[in-house]
Write a protein that binds this ligand. Structure first.
Ligand code: CP
Length: 306
């Protein structure tokens, strides 16, 4: 039985909660694959998206998901809002909450921003990414994609490769994958692979070839150039040489591995376009599944009264 009003972190969900999102998402996906795209479920609901960091996938996916469920959807444009006249974020939230939004989808560079919003509004709040901390809906859609293609996450070996230090996706993915029975390996250069992330069932390696030979599924992460402090990596060229997913590198692996990337990608840095567009890539399926997963999540959150 779903009991969560907000989705702030994947760690707050049980494996059963995650499976209930997947069951519903698969139903929505099946309908959409048959051309049925509009459902009346949230026709009396409204959602505002508050993105204080750039986004393509997450924001558009949420807006499409809510529209598919017939909700009213408003995007809060930070650059033309009264924040520019000095209105505080707190007063902004109180103002939007007074308009009666049922959902607020929040992305912010501050760790804990969505938690703080949830404490101050009556709307249901979804964390669409808070700094380097959490990105729970990306974890849900990543786990859904693996289950969709492999049938289970139980004992599946998943390597997450790249800029682990700055990655909210890596943190949320690892939690979701472990809850669903997968094994996780984190791989990256020493400066981008915090040793405190090692724990039971999470392996760490600096060696990409070790990760590729171990894994069934490899998730390449975007090198977050905007969050790099000087000196963490020698150069983009060196990073590509040591941690880039290239056709040549994958050709040396003696088994089939599936490739994922949460996007946006840096082609030629952590992944080559030829790999991203190859027949072992699930990257566009991740995007497609994201809409169905977010529809399922909105539907379930809507069942919990304010
Ligand atoms: N994966 C992801 O969060 O992408 P966006 O930044 O485009 O939303």
């Amino acid at each position: 039985m779903w009991k969560h009003k907000h989705l702030l972190e994947i760690s707050y969900l049980s494996a059963q909660d995650i499976e209930s999102v997947f069951t519903l998402a698969e139903r929505f996906l099946n309908f959409m694959n048959r051309g049925v795209r509009k459902f009346p479920a949230l026709k009396d609901f409204s959602m505002v998206t508050l993105f204080f960091e750039p986004s393509t996938r997450t924001r558009i996916s949420f807006e499409l998901a809510a529209r598919n469920l017939s909700a009213n959807v408003i995007h809060f444009d930070t650059s033309s809002s009264s924040l520019q006249k000095g209105e505080t974020l707190y007063d902004t939230l109180k103002t939007l909450d007074a308009m009666g939004f049922d959902f607020m989808v929040v992305r912010h560079k501050w760790i804990g921003a969505a938690h703080w919003v949830a404490q101050n509004v009556s709307a249901r709040v979804i964390n669409a990414g808070d700094g380097t901390h959490a990105h729970p809906t990306q974890a849900l859609l990543d786990a859904f994609t693996i289950k969709y293609f492999l049938g289970t996450l139980q004992d599946v070996r998943i390597a997450i490769v790249g800029d682990i230090l700055h990655s909210r996706v890596a943190r949320s993915d690892a939690v979701a994958f472990l809850k669903l029975g997968a094994e996780v390996m984190l791989c990256g250069p020493p400066a981008l692979l915090p040793s405190q992330m090692k724990r039971e069932n999470i392996l760490l390696t600096y060696d990409l070839d070790e990760a590729l030979n171990w894994a069934d599924v490899v998730i390449a992460l975007r090198l977050q150039k905007e969050r790099q402090k000087q000196g963490l990596i020698p150069s983009l060229k060196a990073y590509n040489r040591d941690y880039g997913l290239t056709p040549e590198r994958l050709a040396k692996i003696d088994k089939k591995i599936w490739i994922m990337h949460p996007g946006p990608m840096n082609p030629g840095v952590e992944i080559e376009t030829a790999v991203a567009e190859s027949n072992v890539s699930w990257i566009l399926s991740q995007v497609k599944h994201g809409v169905a997963v977010r529809m399922a999540l909105l539907y379930l959150l809507a069942q919990v009264k304010n």
